[in-house]
Write a protein that binds this ligand. Structure first.
Ligand code: AMP
Length: 273
């Protein structure tokens, strides 16, 4: 596995390769969710590039940028063992200068849900993803459904900026008890981890209601809020795949999303129905 930190060196290295490139952008502290994206990329491409970059511009002031788990050596091992060809490991100075051009997320879909809790967050996400996609020029780039709104906005950006990359959505990987894997789970102690299970349980309850033909969003959201108690809920919403709020679940076109706080840790989860 080749490790590169300079964007121009990576561009030069990949130039004229004439092979399909699968790209998995991450912020590090890799877990099985990331590994599943890497495996998918490996199965579908000749070369796999993974980036590990803790992107400062997507964190708001006072958020957890400084305490976000950093596991550089373990990440390198995981990439090596997963058969990654190139690990892109830039420093912030390799990616950003001063007085930068940036991408703005859309006024509506960038400022609902996660965008309400973290205004401006998606500007940072879209800007870094634009940079990374331009550096790697992948055939396909892989993103988790776990971050559904991020995935949606990246797909919109790629479409609206006429970019030549295929965005591939990957399923959410969970622990056996239902907890969605996240680098931020490392913040949870044993009791908090138990509390966090209320999030996947609320989604499970919603999905059960839908199988019982209860499709009314208000009814489902009420039941979910009961399951989430006493967690502090940032949002719980039922939207279409295009992120328009739905009054009724439409099978094949629905995402139910939750963000709740366990102690100081914000955890996201969702199901696609
Ligand atoms: P992050 O390092 O948290 O920025 O995540 C990098 C990529 O991994 C994003 O596309 C995430 O959506 C994806 N990801 C994170 N957690 C999971 C998970 N539990 N299952 C599948 N993909 C995930």
């Amino acid at each position: 596995m080749k490790i590169i930190s300079n964007p121009l060196e990576l561009k030069e290295y990949l130039k004229d390769k004439n092979q399909s490139i699968g790209f998995v952008p991450t912020m590090g502290a890799l877990h099985n969710g990331h590994i599943s994206l890497i495996k998918k990329a490996k199965a579908e491409n000749e070369i796999v590039v993974v980036s590990v970059f803790l992107n400062p511009t997507q964190f708001l002031k006072g958020e957890d940028l400084d305490k976000y788990p950093k596991k550089d050596e373990a990440d390198k091992k995981i990439c090596e063992l997963s058969g990654v060809d190139i690990l892109f490991f830039p420093h912030a100075e390799n990616i950003y200068t001063e007085d930068e051009v940036s991408i703005l997320s859309p006024n509506v879909r960038g400022y609902i849900l996660e965008g309400t809790s973290r205004p401006g967050h998606f500007n940072g996400v879209l800007t870094v993803v634009m940079k990374l996609l331009n550096i790697v020029s992948p055939t396909k780039a892989y993103f988790g459904k776990k971050d559904a709104q991020q995935l949606h906005l990246i797909s919109l950006m790629v479409k609206q900026f006429f970019m030549s990359v295929e965005i591939i959505a990957a399923e959410t990987i969970r622990e056996s008890d239902g907890l969605a894997l996240s680098s931020r789970n490392a913040y949870l102690d044993k009791t908090q981890r138990q509390e966090a299970l209320k999030i996947s349980a609320s989604l499970h309850a919603a999905s059960k209601m839908v199988t019982q033909k209860i499709l009314n969003s208000d009814e489902i959201l009420k039941k979910m809020r009961e399951h989430l108690e006493p967690l502090e809920i940032s949002y719980v919403e039922i939207v279409s795949r295009d992120f328009i709020p739905l009054r009724h679940v439409e099978i094949g076109n629905t995402i139910i999303l939750v963000e709740a706080k366990v102690a100081q840790t914000r955890l996201l989860d969702n199901i696609w129905l």
